[in-house]
Design a protein. Structure first.
Length: 298
């Protein structure tokens, strides 16, 4: 209704000129006004019920308990295509009879990267060392993680939050293309959704369930008719998957899944002394850490 009133007001006529087009002055004006209104009414619209808070707490704990998941568990094919002997691994192609030929092995197709701090070999898609938290590796998820966390932390309107989610997805796409050697071919949904699931798990952003509901309920339908709607659906699908995932839906043995789930849950709730070290790494690494800046809630 406010947009219609603004459209009928002569003060806004210059902003509605065709030359500005979609995403121009008029679009930016509407987005700014939407954010202003929602900031004023945030206490009435965003996560206001006890069920909202409980849903956020459950999802945050659930994502923390799944911190052991890697892209291999999710079968991200764009990353699997890069696999081959690592030149720095004992079985790699750095010497002896190692082959780096027709099957894509060698330095350009390594499946692991060596941490410069502790020398641990990490999976190709890990953006930080699994032992010491040092950032590195050829595929960097930090940008996508930061955009998703920004979407959930920003005190903005739903359209502005959705734009952050769109930027998150675009960064995921860039990293998948980078994993394929810079190809111009866009990754398909079979890659994009598992990669989004992995980024959501890494980010574990503030009040994710409430933010997702907020975007779904209050974003103008006209903004969800194209790319933004498609990507928001991917985010909702990723959250739903992680909320209920079992070993049968992953590339992992059920026994290993149950054991690692228990270990990660213990780490998150503070029953494991390693949590102190993980929290210290999180503070040092900032946005790149699995648990973000929340630290030990338990």
């Amino acid at each position: 209704r406010l947009a219609k009133l603004m459209r009928d007001c002569p003060l806004w006529c210059p902003a509605m000129e065709p030359a500005h087009g979609e995403g121009g002055v008029w679009d930016e004006t509407l987005r700014a006004m939407e954010s202003f209104v929602h900031r004023k009414l945030r206490h009435k619209l965003f996560g206001v019920t006890p069920d909202d808070a409980a849903g956020d707490a459950f999802l945050s704990a659930r994502l923390a308990s799944l911190s052991f998941l890697t892209p291999d568990h999710l079968d991200i094919k764009s990353l699997a295509k890069r696999k081959g002997p690592s030149p720095s691994s004992p079985n790699g192609g750095g010497g002896g009879g190692g082959s780096s030929g027709a099957d894509g092995g060698g330095p350009g197709a390594a499946s692991e990267w060596a941490c410069p701090a502790c020398t641990l070999l990490n999976p190709l898609a890990a953006c930080e060392c699994l032992a010491c938290g040092q950032t590195g590796g050829p595929v960097q998820w930090g940008g996508a993680v930061a955009w998703l966390r920004r979407a959930c932390r920003a005190e903005a309107g739903p359209s502005a939050k959705v734009e952050c989610v769109v930027e998150c997805s675009r960064e995921v796409t860039r990293q998948l293309k980078r994993a394929l050697g810079g190809t111009s071919k866009l990754p398909g949904a079979d890659d994009l959704l598992p990669a989004m699931i992995y980024v959501v798990k890494l980010a574990n952003p503030w009040r994710l369930q409430s933010n997702l509901t907020f975007m779904q309920e209050y974003t103008p339908p006209s903004r969800l008719l194209s790319e933004a709607g498609y990507i928001l659906t991917h985010l909702a699908s990723a959250v739903a998957f992680l909320s209920e995932v079992t070993a049968d839906q992953l590339t992992i043995q059920p026994g290993d899944f149950d054991r690692k789930l228990r270990e990660a849950s213990a780490l998150h709730t503070g029953r494991d002394p390693r949590l102190a070290a993980a929290t210290a790494r999180a503070a040092a690494a900032g946005e790149a850490a699995f648990y973000g800046t929340r630290g030990a809630a338990g």
